[in-house]
Write a protein that binds this ligand. Structure first.
Ligand code: NAD
Length: 385
């Protein structure tokens, strides 16, 4: 057995931990590019005030929506003219990825596209990224501990990653209290993303004993708190569980990759205006069904088959649970959360061939437990409509 495990240099988790930010930030730099959402909940506004009261010079870069190549070019220009020596992101996955990509590209010449995989020149970073501190305000992506930033390109109608081992954050500061203000629909979609990210690395052919433990714990926490956090948004224990599920999933995916759900999600997110987690929710049961059927037909000895049952047992706290029980539970959760099929976001059969072609070459697809055929991928899309 051989594996490697990489993560953020330091992970700080717990209710109230965000108040450490000013002190921690000053250890890394004094001129920060601060990336936040355009809309800031009160908890984030107070954090910004605390940062301003410390000795840090802030260049605030608010963003809306998921990051694009153009937004990163703008952030880089702003940071260069302000002489920033540190990047801080306080926000959801979109904000974290904006900060992470900016930290990577500020010290490197050229444009964002030059460094992107699949659609760009895939240039390697010559200079190390600026120090980067990430504070998630959603519980879904685990982006605070991953080494990639997902960026959209309008021109190519796809989302792809900027990736480098050195893009891991210097500090992931995870304060579940920052997620209490997340509205119900976002709690639902981000929660489904967190669940997917605890499951896909667990059945990935790149799974290792460390990621297995992280995924098992993430699946248990999601099983007991995913529906609860939607029903009781102020339930601190449930918000803690989901913040932890997100963190555990991020740690796992950064080291064991994902699978077909995220292989599709990156492409669909670039083509349609749909929340990332809602796309994951619609795809998860049909991807599980397709993988299990393909494994039974072509690789019945593949350990992923048993792993799907184990995942169901962790998720449902039931030693007799099977993968089918997990699929039923996930579909029922989507119904409770009012997450629609992908047709609601504009997915059309006419686009299937383009989506299948683009998804087949995505990085996440490489973690899938078995290579799926174009017909199998098409059938997944039809089932997720
Ligand atoms: P998001 O960051 O786009 O935020 C969704 C919405 O929630 C926004 O409207 C935002 O303003 C709002 N919001 C965020 N925090 C809030 C709070 N505390 N209170 C009230 N409103 C709040 O959503 P997300 O799901 O966290 O991130 C999605 C992005 O992350 C996508 O671009 C996806 O591709 C990317 N992603 C990255 C990785 C990675 O490893 N880098 C992994 C998975 C997903």
């Amino acid at each position: 057995m051989q594996f490697e495990f990489a993560s953020a240099a330091r992970i700080i988790f717990g209710d109230g931990s965000a108040k450490e930010l000013p002190k921690l930030a000053l250890g890394y730099g004094s001129r920060a590019l601060l990336v936040t959402d355009s809309f800031q909940p009160d908890s984030v506004t107070s954090l910004i005030s605390a940062l301003r009261s410390a000795d840090a010079q802030l260049t605030h870069f608010p963003v809306s929506g998921e990051p694009t190549v153009e937004v990163i070019d703008q952030a880089k220009a702003v940071a260069l003219s302000a002489g920033c020596d540190l990047v801080i992101s306080i926000g959801g996955g979109s904000v974290i990825d904006t900060g992470k990509a900016s930290a990577a590209l500020i010290p490197n010449d050229g444009e964002t596209l030059d460094y992107l995989e699949v659609i760009g020149a895939g240039r390697k970073l010559a200079a190390a990224p600026l120090p980067f501190i990430a504070l998630p305000t959603t519980a879904g992506t685990g982006a605070e501990v991953t080494k990639n930033a997902v960026l959209g390109s309008k021109k190519h109608r796809v989302k792809v990653s900027l990736r480098d081992d050195r893009m891991l954050a210097d500090i992931a500061l995870v304060d579940p209290q920052l997620t209490h203000s997340v509205p119900a629909a976002v709690t639902a979609s981000t929660g489904m993303d967190a669940l997917t990210q605890a499951l896909e690395p667990f059945v990935s052919h790149l799974a290792n004993p460390l990621t297995d433990g992280l995924c098992a714990e993430g699946l248990r926490r999601a099983g007991r708190s995913l529906r609860k956090v939607y029903a009781e948004p102020d339930n601190a224990a449930a918000r803690n569980d989901m913040a932890l599920t997100s963190l555990l999933g991020g740690l796992a995916l950064a080291n064991a990759k994902l699978g077909a759900v995220h292989g599709f999600a990156g492409v669909l997110g670039g083509m349609y205006d749909a929340p990332h987690g809602a796309v994951c929710a619609a795809l998860l049961p049909p991807v599980m069904a397709a993988n299990i059927s393909a494994l039974n037909a072509r690789e019945p000895e593949n350990p992923a088959l048993k792993r799907y049952d184990y995942a169901a047992q962790f998720l449902l706290f039931d030693r007799a649970a099977s993968a089918q029980d997990a699929m039923d539970w996930i579909s029922e959760t989507s119904r409770i959360f009012d997450i629609p099929g992908l047709r609601a976001y504009g997915l059309r059969e006419d686009d299937f061939d383009e989506i299948v072609a683009k998804s087949s070459v995505s990085s996440s697809m490489k973690g899938n437990p078995i290579a799926l055929t174009a017909d199998e991928l098409t059938a997944i899309l039809r089932a997720a409509l």
